[in-house]
Design a protein around this ligand. Structure first.
Ligand code: NAD
Ligand code: UD1
Length: 345
């Protein structure tokens, strides 16, 4: 077993060498900060297909800590093998994936290949090198149109797109791997809707392709790159007719990863990472406007295919078992998203 848990932190937690696959991306970069600040060592493996090296420099600027970076594709077995053989890796967090729902319908093979082969290659390397901890970036999308609040024990619903299926399949691959590889512990983290940015304003969400999600569009409108926001539907069975989601500050989400890594036990554990609160599109716009004193013009258009009306988490399991709770509120999310987004970065 090469994963060497070297020292104890003051709190009694162990210091670990963590491989962050996709660590240059939106959630990965914020998690690298949380890991480094918690005293762990970080190795980032990213092919920069949806991120830039600048983010990595900024992680070092913010934390004043160094880490190792490999510009590799994590579907490449030989490249991943080299990373594992050169570093004593205690745990892997697998963020590396494509995430656009609409693009996944246009390029299903690319999505299935990238998102599931990366999972298999990383899990195989963990087994080969005796790395015991594996944390996977899953999504609330696996719950489909279940009844809210979504709980970890619910039966998963078929998702409406290849992206969602890659999450269901990856979860399955990891569950099956754990069954036959003793010593491998997996945490499936089902993220709800991460928004916001690190409060330095230095890193945030910076999609290189046309975004799908709501907050990047609000930022485009606030920056006057778009005249108005298109709101997909105002006839949902919700109080104001617009869709309800569980928005979570990306730094809370990042800290949830540290808690999940430190908690891991043999077998598979599943955690919802959200706030447990539902917010409508109109409520989010209002909070953004009030927090940042900026008007966001909008227009109602047709519902978006595949959207559900209401999605929010039951977060009691994460709160009880991980001793973690999302502490930042919607105003913090809007303020921090704009602090980064206003520079048009
Ligand atoms: P992101 O696109 O910002 O980050 C993903 C990173 O992975 C990027 O830096 C990209 O360059 C890298 N990458 C992709 N494929 C790779 C490969 N084969 N080899 C090496 N690097 C590769 O996305 P994000 O928002 O940070 O999401 C991270 C993970 O969380 C993804 O798996 C995504 O599906 C999942 N997720 C995201 C959300 C969300 O709202 N952002 C919600 C639920 C789940
Ligand atoms: C979307 C994906 C989901 C994925 C998640 C995180 C779809 C159908 N779902 O979820 O699979 O896991 O992102 O990447 O794409 N909205 C607007 N106008 C916009 C953008 C969004 O009104 O320009 C609305 C949506 O209809 C929804 C809410 O804002 O009600 C949030 O949308 P979004 O940020 O895309 O997240 P999800 O739909 O939850």
């Amino acid at each position: 077993m090469t994963g060497i848990i070297s020292e104890l932190l003051g709190s009694g937690s162990i210091i670990m060498n963590i491989l962050a696959a996709g660590g240059a991306g939106y959630i990965g970069s914020h998690t690298c900060i949380a890991l480094l600040e918690a005293g762990h060592s970080v190795i980032v493996a990213d092919n920069l297909v949806n991120s830039t090296g600048r983010t990595l420099e900024r992680i070092s600027d913010i934390t004043k800590k160094d880490f190792v970076f490999y510009k590799i594709d994590v579907t490449d077995r030989a490249a991943v093998d080299e990373v594992f053989s050169n570093n004593a890796i205690d745990g892997v967090i697998h963020f590396a994936g494509h995430k656009s729902v609409s693009e996944s319908a246009e390029k299903p093979l690319e999505y299935y290949y990238n998102n599931t082969v990366s999972t298999m290659v990383l899990a195989k390397a963990c087994v080969k090198y005796g790395t015991g901890r594996f944390v996977f970036s899953s999504s609330a999308t696996v719950y489909g149109d279940n009844k809210v609040p979504f709980t970890e024990t619910m039966e998963l619903c078929p998702t409406t797109n290849p992206y969602g299926e890659t999450k269901v399949i990856s979860e399955r691959i990891l569950r099956d791997s754990v069954r036959s590889h003793r010593g491998l512990s997996v945490s499936l983290l089902r993220y709800f809707n991460p928004i916001g940015a690190h409060n330095s304003g230095l890193i945030g969400e910076q999609p290189l392709y046309v975004p799908n999600n709501l907050m990047p569009y609000i930022i485009e409108v606030a920056n006057k790159k778009l005249d108005k926001l298109l709101i997909f539907g105002n006839d949902y069975p919700t109080p104001d007719g617009t869709g309800i989601r569980d928005y979570i500050h990306v730094m809370d989400l990042a800290e949830g990863h540290v808690a999940a890594l430190e908690y891991l036990k043999e077998g598979v554990v599943v955690f919802n990472l959200g706030t447990g609160k539902g917010t409508s599109v109109l409520q989010l716009i209002k909070t953004f406007e009030e927090t940042n004193d900026i008007k966001i013009p909008y227009e109602f258009v047709q519902r978006r295919t595949g959207d559900i009306a209401i999605c929010y988490a039951d977060v009691s399991k994460a709160e009880q078992e991980l001793n973690w709770k999302a502490g930042r509120d919607l105003a913090d999310m809007c303020r921090d998203a704009w602090r980064f987004g206003k520079n048009g970065q």
